[in-house]
Ligand binder design. Structure first.
Ligand SMILES: [Zn+2]
Ligand SMILES: [Zn+2]
Length: 240
């Protein structure tokens, strides 16, 4: 009830405009996107066919057997789970999270249940995908850390923000580069600074968005080189 009053006061005081369709957002739990746009967003339910390794969306209907996209065959992580597709509400929420270190309730709950329903329950440590020092200073926070903290708090898991570092700054706007060029820029970007804390751990890597998978794959490569047993990836949005 109080929440409802608060929401209507909030709409009166600061009508939050939906970042996707420009209608007003009536429920503050929905963050920067209205209910309709949330409903139009593909949230993975387990009834669609996703690549069994990288969660690439393959088809709307479930398959009777494990299916792989094969684009991820060479990638170093063990498996990826995403809340849903990078579109509508998830895309707008990911963009918002790069500007403000805040996750609204609807997204927070979806992220928590994505972990709960994942096969990653045996993870021993959460590691947010690191930003370079330069980007970290520009932004003032790491959005992957915000997401890692949600899981750490909810499931009482330890988080390690120090052992994996990004030593090379890669440019933000890489749209013009092709896939291989993009991969080369991140290939040697990550290093494990405290190998003892990584050895034999089952790492849950957390990031806001998963695009080509190059970034997380090279994080996983660095972690496995130092003896990580498994590297799982949990992300908000899976790009098509
Ligand atoms: Zn909308
Ligand atoms: Zn795949």
């Amino acid at each position: 009830m109080l929440q409802k009053i608060y929401d209507s006061l909030l709409t009166l005081a600061y009508p939050q405009i939906c970042q996707t369709c420009s209608n007003s957002v009536e429920n503050s739990a929905d963050g920067v996107v209205c209910r309709k746009c949330w409903q139009k967003t593909k949230i993975f339910s387990g009834n669609e066919t996703l690549c069994a390794k990288c969660s690439a969306f393959l088809q709307e209907k479930p398959a009777n057997f494990q299916t792989f996209c094969h684009q991820c065959d060479e990638h170093f992580y063990d498996a990826v789970i995403a809340v849903g597709l990078y579109e509508n509400a998830l895309a707008a929420s990911v963009l918002h999270l790069k500007r403000e270190p805040f996750v609204a309730k609807t997204l927070k709950n979806l992220f928590i249940s994505a972990f709960e329903n994942s096969p990653f329950q045996d993870a021993t440590v959460i590691i947010p995908v690191p930003l370079s020092k330069k980007r970290s200073l520009e932004r003032g926070f790491n959005q992957a850390e915000i997401l890692a903290e949600i899981l750490a708090k909810e499931f009482n898991l330890k988080t390690d923000k120090q052992s994996l570092a990004r030593k090379i700054h890669t440019p933000m706007h890489r749209a013009a580069m092709d896939r291989r060029a993009r991969e080369l820029t991140v290939e040697n970007a990550f290093e494990v600074t405290r190998p003892k804390l990584i050895k034999d751990e089952r790492v849950l890597l957390v990031d806001d968005v998963f695009t080509s998978g190059a970034t997380t794959s090279f994080c996983a490569k660095a972690l496995k080189k130092k003896g990580a047993d498994k590297v799982y990836v949990l992300t908000i949005a899976r790009a098509i």
